[in-house]
Design a binder for this molecule. Structure first.
Ligand code: FAD
Length: 345
């Protein structure tokens, strides 16, 4: 028997992969799958093929604009269009897939404590053979099993705006917070957001001024920094997704890395940690190192960086590769433009 805590995409996709072999139960504290939404939902087109579906895709974006603090920008054609997800539909699609394979999802059931392999809920205590913590950044499973480590977080704030937007263009502003974005759902609505551990509200207002529109709703949340020292398994306990800090520290996207890790459960539990590290560690480490460097940039440095990337040869390299796997293009960039070395840690 397998108990999974958390019915976000990492939890339900793990359940989907394990339900072929095991009796799987997924416990979710919220009353509804996917709600409340605390995510912009832009991803690269790297979804595992077995769970790709057009129904949860709101928009496909072929181009990115990166804007320097001095207002200059570069445009990057994305060979693989980015997908904008309807997170509620996305999460429900995954939940249905897991159910189809026989997994049982129990809503409104919050894990209060984990003692050894005993799961303690308000009105239920059970022991299980395998336990998966897919319970997000503050993972109770990680905390109670000693796998939390000294993980760090960044706060993020986002809003849906009504206005006029180019539906074919995702924008990233450099120098606003640690990272900021404008992701169009369509011509009339965009999701804008900032991740920052300093003056989040002030940084968010800067973005609101730049992107004129009427705020329809606001959301926020926290995002874990990838922790390379974290262990994601211990005896019969495993972590996946945000609970395992599987997030790209450059863009703070966690959906694809979490799913890549969850896919590994299709091969069972044996060597799960080793296999996940082989797939993700190098890429997430590289993201983390780049983030540490970027967080020390001032406006002048960002302006210089954007200026360098105005060269078509560099823009083509970034557009040709997905940001999930920076190891595939960082070296290429450095070879094509040695002046980039001064931006590298
Ligand atoms: C503002 C914001 C914007 C973001 N934008 C993007 C983006 O555009 N693209 C991207 O790739 N990533 C984005 N992220 C990150 C992304 O949302 C996460 O990486 C992703 O949701 C992680 O999936 P998960 O399944 O691991 O965890 P979650 O989606 O957090 O799911 C965890 C689930 O566990 C449940 N849970 C928690 N504790 C318990 C408990 N004790 N008992 C039972 N259930 C529990 C929660 O209710 C939740 O349903 C964003 C994050 C934020 C905060």
């Amino acid at each position: 028997m397998v108990s999974i805590i958390g019915a976000g995409p990492a939890g339900t996709y793990s359940g989907y992969n394990l339900a072929k072999q095991y009796d799987v139960k997924i416990y979710e504290e919220d009353k509804k799958i996917g709600e409340p939404v605390q995510c912009t939902g832009i991803i690269t087109n790297n979804l595992p093929k077995d769970i790709y579906c057009e129904d949860y895709v709101l928009n496909k974006i072929p181009e990115a604009e990166i804007i320097a603090p001095n207002g200059k920008s570069i445009f990057i054609k994305l060979r693989n269009k980015n997908l904008v997800l309807d997170r509620v539909r996305f999460d429900n699609f995954f939940a249905d897939k897991a159910r189809e394979r026989g997994a049982k999802i129990i809503l409104n059931k919050k894990l209060l404590r984990l003692r050894g392999n005993e799961l303690i809920f308000k009105d239920l205590r059970i022991k299980d053979d395998f336990i998966i913590g897919a319970d997000g950044p503050y993972s109770r499973v990680a905390r109670d099993s000693g796998l939390f480590n000294k993980r760090k977080f960044i706060a993020a704030k986002q809003a849906r705006l009504k206005g006029n937007f180019n539906e074919d263009l995702v924008k990233f502003y450099l120098g606003i917070g640690s990272f900021s974005w404008v992701v169009p759902e369509n011509k009339k609505i965009a999701r804008i957001g900032v991740a920052s551990n300093k003056d989040l509200n002030i940084e968010f207002k800067k973005l609101l001024i730049l992107e004129n529109g009427k705020v329809l709703d606001n959301q926020g949340g926290i995002i874990p920094f990838y922790d390379p020292l974290i262990k994601i398994s211990k005896n019969n306990i495993f972590l996946v997704g945000d609970a395992a800090t599987q997030v790209k520290a450059t863009t703070f996207g966690g959906i694809i890395p979490g799913l890549i890790a969850a896919k590994e459960f299709s091969k069972g539990f044996k060597n799960y940690e080793f296999r996940v590290n082989q797939k993700l560690k190098k890429e997430l480490m590289l993201n983390l190192v780049m983030r540490k460097k970027l967080d020390r940039f001032n406006d002048k440095k960002y302006n210089e960086l954007v200026e360098l990337f105005s060269q078509e040869k560099l823009r083509t390299i970034i557009g040709d590769y997905d940001r999930d796997f920076p190891s595939k293009f960082v070296l290429k960039l450095l070879v094509r433009e040695p002046r980039l070395f001064k931006f590298v840690p």
